[in-house]
Write a protein that binds this ligand. Structure first.
Ligand SMILES: *Cc1c(COP(=O)(O)O)cnc(C)c1O
Length: 396
């Protein structure tokens, strides 16, 4: 037998973390890595955050799981925290981002069917989007590399160009249910939508009676200096998927919706065995307590601006390597002039700096939101050393 016990769907590297310490990961062999990847925008509070540990420990001792057939004081608490701080009136809890997007897709379809228009089942989605790895969420993305081997895909998605309203207008028809969009594309390369694009989507949704569905699984939860990225644009969605940072490392996601948008989601239409279990809710509440306040968000903005301006200075020293810096808050991307993956590997293996490669030749800089001056300085030391020692690989 040659297959590994872990199904070999990931190209796992030699870093094998066994312990986390604030903004560092410690490997099996004791090597310390500076973690500017955060488990891909998950560990908002870093690793082994005392408040989060305590909340999880306390809940685990008290009650870990009960069925959604019972009342949920823990779920009501986190739902109320989210409703109080967002556009939403109601929340469905999931265990992952893909499930949160699935719920959002079902909510948008159910809205129109509840209104008596079952022909409106199509969501317009965007080139280079990433929405997860379930059948519906790979179908929602035009990235054919994720489709290979899994046909037939789910019907009901049309792909427009990101940040191009004309391409959206051309696809609106009698079957359109709404738009599904990341306000800042994550996997696609930290690409923020323009103000005009988000305004335009909101206006088109209003004009045609469509649902504006945001996938904020990566850009949400304080990462950009607002609790959710839509706040930067001064618009509100009808439905929003959130996850990644929501549990600070504990698996939890959520679909948020307005009362109107959730009209079709009545008794019996949806469910999850684990979704919203007390342990996940305790983790989510602890994270919300830590991040959903003006002081914390202002710090994220300030640190993001500081790193950004230092990055902009830094890339000037390496005009052959880097093109530009983009993103918001602590969701930053370095667009490179060469493939970003070899540089990301070089930083990881030779300078013990963890980042994440993304589409469009971009290196993602997505540190824990609790980084301080020492971590920022360490980041620039490692990045500078890494850029100085990097040899652009010969094209194959
Ligand atoms: C990570 C991600 C998802 C999928 O989340 P999972 O928890 O991996 O299912 C969906 N949308 C976006 C924008 C993401 O970044």
């Amino acid at each position: 037998m040659s297959i590994t016990p872990l199904m070999p769907v990931y190209p796992r590297c030699g870093v094998r973390p066994v312990r986390g310490d604030h903004c560092h990961l410690i490997d099996e062999d004791g090597t310390r890595y500076l973690d500017f990847a955060s488990g891909i925008a998950v560990n908002l509070l870093g690793h082994s955050h005392p408040g989060l540990i305590k909340a999880i420990q306390k809940q685990a001792e008290t009650l870990m799981h009960v069925s959604n057939l019972y009342g949920s004081p823990q779920g009501e608490k986190l739902a109320k925290q989210l409703v109080d701080k967002t556009f939403a009136d109601t929340v469905f809890f999931t265990n992952s981002g893909a499930e949160a997007v699935e719920t959002a897709i079902k909510t948008a379809r159910a809205f129109h069917q509840h209104e008596g228009d079952a022909s409106r089942f199509e969501l317009i989605t965007f080139a280079n989007a990433f929405h997860g790895r379930t059948m519906a969420t790979i179908s929602a993305s035009n990235q054919t590399k994720m489709h290979h081997g899994f046909s037939p895909l789910l019907d009901g998605f049309k792909y427009a160009e990101f940040d191009n309203l004309d391409s959206v207008k051309a696809l609106i028809g009698p079957n359109t249910a709404g738009f599904l969009v990341e306000p800042i594309q994550g996997e696609g390369g930290i690409r923020p939508a323009s103000q005009g694009f988000m305004d335009g989507l909101r206006a088109l949704a209003d004009e045609h009676g469509l649902m504006l569905v945001l996938d904020e699984v990566q850009c949400g939860m304080a990462r950009t200096g607002k609790l959710y990225a839509y706040e930067h644009y001064g618009i509100e969605p009808d439905i929003l998927a959130t996850a990644k940072g929501l549990g600070g490392g504990f698996p939890v996601g959520a679909c948020l919706a307005t009362e109107k948008a959730a009209r079709g989601m009545v008794f019996g239409t949806h469910g999850s065995t684990y979704g919203g279990n007390p342990l996940a809710m305790a983790a989510g509440s602890a994270v919300m307590d830590a991040v959903a306040n003006e002081d914390f968000l202002a710090e994220v903005t300030e640190k993001g601006e500081r790193i950004r301006s230092r990055l902009e200075q830094f890339i000037g020293n390496y005009p052959d390597l880097f093109e530009l810096v983009r993103g918001k808050g602590l969701m930053l991307g370095l667009k490179m002039k060469v493939q970003s993956r070899p540089f990301f590997v070089h930083l990881r293996d030779n300078h013990q700096l963890l980042t994440v490669a993304a589409g469009d030749q971009t290196l993602r800089v997505i540190p824990p939101l609790v980084i301080g001056d020492a971590e920022i300085d360490e980041f620039f030391e490692k990045l500078s050393a890494g850029a100085a020692s990097f040899k652009i690989p010969e094209p194959a």
